[in-house]
Design a binder for this molecule. Structure first.
Ligand code: NDP
Length: 490
């Protein structure tokens, strides 16, 4: 068994009371690592260490911060095979996805390292030429970074690099369901020379995250997870007026128009919902299809769904692994049963997947429901699993209306060859990310985040830097004449 350790003030530590919990491999359903269960005083110690490290780190020249970030990117790449394997072991995501995710982690570190010495302010000409005005961007201090279990390192790679580049120090809290690789990243950071306290990791359950987000020493919060915990985090942040970024769930529409390259759209629909066993916030879980190609798309997606190779997520040929943990597995199967009982049409899958190659793994069949009522629970609620709802539509207006009739607003896909339509529909969609003739594409430079109940704030790209800095405006009176103390100075 691997023994994970937290990182507090540069030391790799156990919980102060010795408490641990097991990390479970969802393919074997067996424990494979032990993880410290942080106590309240561990959280306090991590925040204190980050606070102590902040003055020196924020005063460190950007070029040096960048060097360390590049060194960490190098270390991640050098260790990418192991990190990917461990992440796959922890959450069941197939190695063909976790391995490229490690390259993405390194890419994000390098992208934001490039900004570390370029966080310029502006000089601003005022009405009064005797006042010289300029801005500087300042880091907040200690940032609490909380991630979900579905992609621990790649979610952290959206938060950690901009926070560090801007001169903040951090306390990271990964999910109890997949913590190990985050503790390994922290180890690599120490190895490459990050000063003690700049990066701290505490492990444990939601109570640890709650304690962290209520901590008076935390100046900024970034959270990725579900709506219920997100609301509690936002309430904690509001209590202390601390700014917060929320990356929450979705029920994203993937819209196929009859004029699209239908074969490509079918591949995009499959990638959108069955990639990562549907356990991604951007899952294209509502497939809206124009009636002229509806039967063809339902048949194509269902055929491909039935052909998906389930199996050991560590094997390169496996296309879909188990779902990540038992509560998740039970929940997805319950959603499928409820939908079937409510009369939804099962076009593919529809239950637990079993077989010799699947062992004791928590497998769910890639499932397609056709003719789904756009107002019903299946079309409204996030499943976070390999369950697709296909909904027919008649024209562009109806497609947009159905797409936007959701409390969420994270992502959307549009499949069309009509340039005008792609712009019209993209413009009308209430979503933070829209893909045209592709789905689930990602880039370090491209901002990511949601609207409506999918959260607020942006990760990746230049926009992410504004989340980790505040603007300080400075006015310098360069005049020499006497001033009236009671007149407003403009
Ligand atoms: P949760 O909201 O349960 O957990 C997210 C993180 O928050 C975990 O580290 C969790 O710890 C922690 N946490 C739980 N309760 C609290 C609390 N009261 N205060 C502070 N932290 C807390 O989400 P899931 O792990 O179930 O992840 C699935 C959800 O995440 C889905 O809704 C999905 O859409 C969303 N998601 C969003 C993404 C985005 O970028 N928009 C990306 C990926 C997922 P622990 O797990 O140990 O309980």
């Amino acid at each position: 068994m691997i023994e994970a350790r937290m990182l507090i003030g540069g030391d790799r530590v156990r919980a102060s009371d010795g408490g641990t919990f097991d990390a479970i491999d969802p393919f074997t359903a067996a424990p494979w690592a032990t993880v410290p269960a942080a106590t309240g005083s561990d959280v306090d110690a991590a925040v204190a260490a980050a606070a102590e490290a902040f003055p020196a780190w924020s005063a460190t020249p950007g070029v040096r911060r960048a060097e360390l970030m590049h060194a960490l990117a190098d270390a991640v790449l050098a260790d990418a095979d192991r990190l990917a394997l461990w992440e796959t072991t922890d959450n069941g995501k197939v190695i063909r996805e976790t391995r490229p995710q490690m390259a993405f982690v390194a890419r994000n570190l390098r992208y934001f390292a490039g900004y570390a010495d370029k966080l310029h302010g502006r000089t601003i000409p005022l009405d009064n030429p005797a006042v010289f005005d300029y801005t500087v961007r300042r880091p907040y201090g200690v940032c609490a970074l909380i991630t979900a279990w579905n992609s621990p390192l790649s979610l952290l790679a959206n938060k950690l690099p901009p926070a560090l580049a801007a001169g903040n120090t951090v306390v990271v809290k990964p999910s109890e369901h997949a913590s190990v690789t985050t503790t390994e990243l922290a180890r690599l950071a120490t190895d490459v020379g990050f000063p003690p306290g700049v990066i701290n990791v505490v492990t444990g359950d939601g109570a640890v995250g709650d304690r962290l987000t209520r901590h008076p020493g935390v100046a900024r919060i970034s959270f990725t997870g579900g709506g219920p915990a997100g609301r509690r985090v936002a309430a904690n942040a509001a209590e202390r007026l601390v700014p917060v970024t929320l990356e929450l769930g979705g029920k994203s529409p993937n819209i196929v128009f009859a004029d699209a390259d239908v074969d490509r759209a079918i591949v995009g629909a499959v990638a959108g919902i069955f990639g990562a066993a549907g356990q991604t916030c951007v899952a294209g879980s509502r497939l809206l299809v124009e009636r002229g190609v509806y039967d063809r798309v339902v048949a194509g997606v269902s055929d491909r769904a039935r052909a998906i190779r389930l199996g050991d997520p560590r094997l390169p040929e496996t296309e879909m692994g188990p779902v990540a943990n038992r509560p998740q597995y039970d929940r997805i199967l319950a959603v499928i049963d409820t939908a079937r009982d409510a009369g939804s049409v099962v076009a593919a899958g529809g239950g637990a997947a079993e077989g010799a190659s699947l062992g004791t793994g928590l497998f769910v069949e890639p499932t397609v429901f056709a003719d789904v009522d756009p107002g019903g629970a299946l079309a409204r609620e996030e499943v976070f699993g390999p369950v697709l709802s296909v909904i027919p539509f008649d024209d562009e207006d109806e497609a947009v209306r159905i797409a936007n009739a959701s409390e969420y607003g994270l992502a959307a896909g549009v499949w069309t060859r009509d340039l005008g339509r792609s712009h019209r529909v993209t413009n009308a969609l209430e979503a933070g990310v829209v893909w045209v003739n592709t789905y689930r594409s990602t880039a370090a430079q491209a901002p990511f985040g949601g609207t409506k109940q999918s959260g607020y704030g942006r990760e990746r790209g230049e926009d992410a830097l504004t989340e980790y800095t505040y603007v300080k405006n400075v006015m310098v009176d360069i005049s020499t004449e006497a001033r009236d103390p009671f007149a407003i100075r403009t």
